[in-house]
Design a protein around this ligand. Structure first.
Ligand code: GLA
Length: 747
């Protein structure tokens, strides 16, 4: 059994072959934390790892024990106000106005497998022996509030999933004002915190900072997980690199407001908490009612940052994502957004479709502009019926024509929004989030539908279902293009307004759930002005996500590199677009654009009819390459090799499970002259195997090398820039260069 309860010490030890997580029932009945990290051999007690010494000024639990102060005890799910002065994991407002709680141990259950949490996305198991679960039961006797702390340890992965359930059993009505998904106290502060940060078109840049006393946090209060910070943070040791050293990852399976913080006290204890952002959150619980928090996934790696990321990739790709597309190679698609924007008709679309088919593309996606009277972004969101002026035979007619050409058809929706200029808004002006008597702020000319209300979600479902039933639709891009403001639900009472932002997200999940159940073979790609909702919550429903509206190859090096800290290659929507690039106005070669986009779901976002014959030939070859290697790229083990945040180069690679095949991408942003010789040490190869190494463009480079040479010496990537550069410019050998190497075992 991977979870032991030691009766005499009242300690719980959760372990697998890689990690240990140890907690204990404290003398006052609350839950103390002892250890999280590399696996320790089990023993009856680890109490020697705890310190109890009297400290001046400490507020203590017992009159006869000046050493027992919650401020100085590491804990699992702390409260504020009875000795601990730091930010708590939970705060409960009671009828008498008090916010003091004391959650004490009342029992536990250990079992094989993992529970499901209705209405919420979460990791799962397919066989019971894939995980073990501990449910710890706590209760606050004064308020009559019960808490269940869930811990699931995965058998084959160094990962623990946590969440918390509250049930009000007492007479009084309580209000949860803070209900975090997890909290853990580390005994030191010798960490660097990693966060993924940015803004529209520059999502998930990797930022590191040394932890210091005080609170360092990332968060969203926008109603979505956001471009600005991802619901993730990691703590690494100073010496930890991509391939070596310790790191702890924390990731929240949630798509709305979140808070992830490291609170370092002046005794150098680091408290990490993560969950729904407490700002504006309040959840009333009457007797008999429950509240379940989203899930947080904690990962430990002593194999560097790549080790942490690979654990998330495996878990999220195979036990968070679900359904028909989970394990399938993703179709190579073409999306018309950057080709036409709103300005298209059936004829224009069919021209794109026919040429795409010739190039080998498998799926055509019709983006924004097909519905209502949507000729720009000022109208029609919420009117999900085709604009017959643009598409005389509707979506059904167009989709059938696309299928007749031998391609699949996909469609864009933005289900959560409306414009004032729409039939939906005219009929239901009270369906938007708006605070009575106040102006409603606007974003991209649109307003947020109140998805906390079932009837709103059901009405949108009805409209979408009609379109999806009438036409052969294989793919949906589900967009979301503004943050929330003046949040208030016309259907909720005053007491329930603090629930609205979370209920909204539950409404989003419910619509996804209904659609994926009704149309199980449709491939969903989530999107939020690019990557404002690239989070684990949505991966549960949509196995891929549009990574960023920025399709420039150089920018994408950074965006996809940062995204890979948590999210698998199979989840990253990545397209080759036209040059000059529409966001940056930068020119890069077609080769560079594809070499970056291969490390994702791969597709095109341009008008193929504007390509020259030579470019069309190149695109055909790119598509043929991706078809041959996408299983390896999307489902292999991914390693980051050189960070674009640290220099002029970037490199990454994927290795097949049997280590017989690998693809390496190497990218150089600016060209140099008479520079150093360069090599990149590879990862994940079998040191004893001989590999045939070649660049994918024929005749460029070929060599047979042993795995050990590639691992310990490296792949030689020197070129004419290590010396006097006498090459003639050919469109791809100046700035913004890239190379793709294929490694195939020959023994
Ligand atoms: C968002 C998406 C884009 C595109 C447009 C359409 O910005 O991120 O990919 O779909 O909306 O309006």
């Amino acid at each position: 059994m991977a979870i032991c309860f030691h009766e005499s010490s009242k300690e719980f030890h959760l372990y697998n072959k890689d990690i240990s997580y140890i907690l204990t029932v404290l003398e006052n009945g609350q839950i103390g934390h002892i250890y999280f990290g590399k696996k320790l051999r089990d023993r009856e007690s680890f109490a020697h790892m705890m310190n109890f010494r009297p400290r001046p000024m400490a507020v203590c639990a017992f009159e006869n024990n000046m050493a027992f102060s919650m401020e100085h005890i590491k804990q699992e799910y702390p409260v504020y106000g009875s000795g601990d002065m730091r930010y708590p994991a939970v705060e409960v407002l009671q009828e008498n106005g008090s916010r003091i709680s004391e959650f004490v141990y009342s029992g536990h259950r250990i079992y094989k497998g993992k529970p499901e949490f209705s209405g919420l996305p979460a990791t799962y198991v397919e066989q019971e022996d894939e995980a073990d679960t501990l449910e710890l039961y706590l209760e606050d006797r004064v308020s009559g509030t019960e808490v269940t702390l869930y811990y699931t340890i995965f058998t084959e992965l160094p990962a623990i999933a946590r969440s918390v359930k509250f049930t009000q059993t007492g007479e009084q009505t309580i209000v949860l004002e803070r209900a975090m998904s997890m909290s853990v106290d580390f005994p030191d502060k010798e960490f660097e915190m990693i966060e993924l940060t940015g803004a529209w078109a520059r999502e998930r840049a990797v930022k590191m900072r040394k932890l210091e006393h005080g609170v360092q946090a990332v968060y969203s209060m926008r109603g979505c997980s956001s471009h600005n910070y991802n619901p993730f943070l990691a703590l690494k040791r100073a010496e930890t690199t991509e391939s070596d050293g310790e790191v702890y990852g924390f990731s929240l399976v949630y798509s709305g407001n979140f808070l992830a913080q490291a609170d370092v006290d002046t005794y150098n204890v680091t408290r990490v908490t993560m969950g729904i952002h407490p700002n504006t959150f309040s959840w009333e619980l009457k007797r008999g009612e429950s509240f379940q928090t989203p899930e947080a996934v904690m990962v430990y790696s002593d194999h560097g940052l790549n080790g942490m990321s690979q654990t998330y990739h495996t878990l999220y790709r195979s036990r968070l994502a679900r359904g028909y597309w989970r394990d399938r190679e993703r179709p190579i698609l073409i999306n018309n957004w950057e080709a036409t924007y709103f300005n298209f008709n059936e004829e224009k679309i069919m021209k794109i479709v026919r040429t795409s088919k010739e190039l080998g593309i498998e799926l055509f996606v019709l983006d924004d502009g097909w519905f209502g009277k949507r000729d720009d972004d000022t109208s029609s969101l919420g009117d999900w019926y085709p604009d017959l002026k643009k598409l005389p035979e509707g979506i059904a007619g167009l989709a059938k024509k696309v299928e007749a050409e031998g391609m699949k058809f996909g469609l864009w929706f933005e289900p959560e929004m409306t414009n004032k200029e729409s039939r939906l808004y005219r009929e239901h002006p009270d369906w938007i989030l708006a605070t009575p008597g106040r102006k409603v702020s606007v974003g991209r000319n649109q307003y947020v539908l109140d998805f906390s209300r079932d009837e709103v979600v059901d009405a949108i479902f009805g409209q979408m279902k009609k379109v999806l039933t009438e036409a052969p639709i294989s793919y949906i891009k589900w967009d979301m293009n503004r943050s929330m403001s003046e949040v208030y639900s016309a259907s909720a009472g005053a007491q329930d307004q603090g629930k609205v932002m979370h209920q909204y997200i539950l409404g989003v999940y419910r619509l996804y759930d209904m659609l994926t159940k009704e149309f199980p073979e449709i491939l969903f790609e989530s999107c939020a002005s690019g990557g404002a909702r690239f989070d684990p919550g949505l991966l549960y429903y949509a196995p891929q996500c549009w990574t960023s509206d920025d399709t420039d190859a150089v920018e994408r090096c950074k965006i996809q590199y940062g995204t890979s800290f948590v999210y698998p290659v199979s989840s990253m929507g990545s397209h080759v677009s036209a040059v000059p690039n529409h966001q940056l106005l930068r020119n890069t070669s077609l080769e560079m654009r594809a070499n970056v986009a291969y490390f994702g779901t791969f597709g095109y976002e341009l008008d193929p009819n504007r390509l020259t014959d030579e470019e069309k030939q190149e695109v055909k070859e790119q598509i043929a390459f991706m078809k041959k290697y996408r299983r390896l790229i999307q489902y292999g083990t991914f390693y980051r090799l050189l960070s674009p945040f640290e220099g002029n180069e970037m490199a990454w690679m994927v290795v097949s499970e049997d280590r017989k095949q690998a693809v390496v991408g190497y990218y150089k942003i600016l060209q140099s002259v008479n520079g150093p010789y360069k090599k990149v040490r590879l990862q994940g190869l079998d040191p004893d195997r001989k590999y045939h190494v070649r660049r994918i463009e024929e005749g460029q480079y070929e060599e047979d090398l042993y795995g050990d040479e590639l691992l310990w010496y490296g792949l030689n990537v020197s070129d004419s820039s290590s010396g006097e550069n006498r090459e003639v410019y050919n469109g791809r050998n100046g700035d913004y260069q890239s190379r793709l190497y294929l490694l195939e075992s020959i023994e």
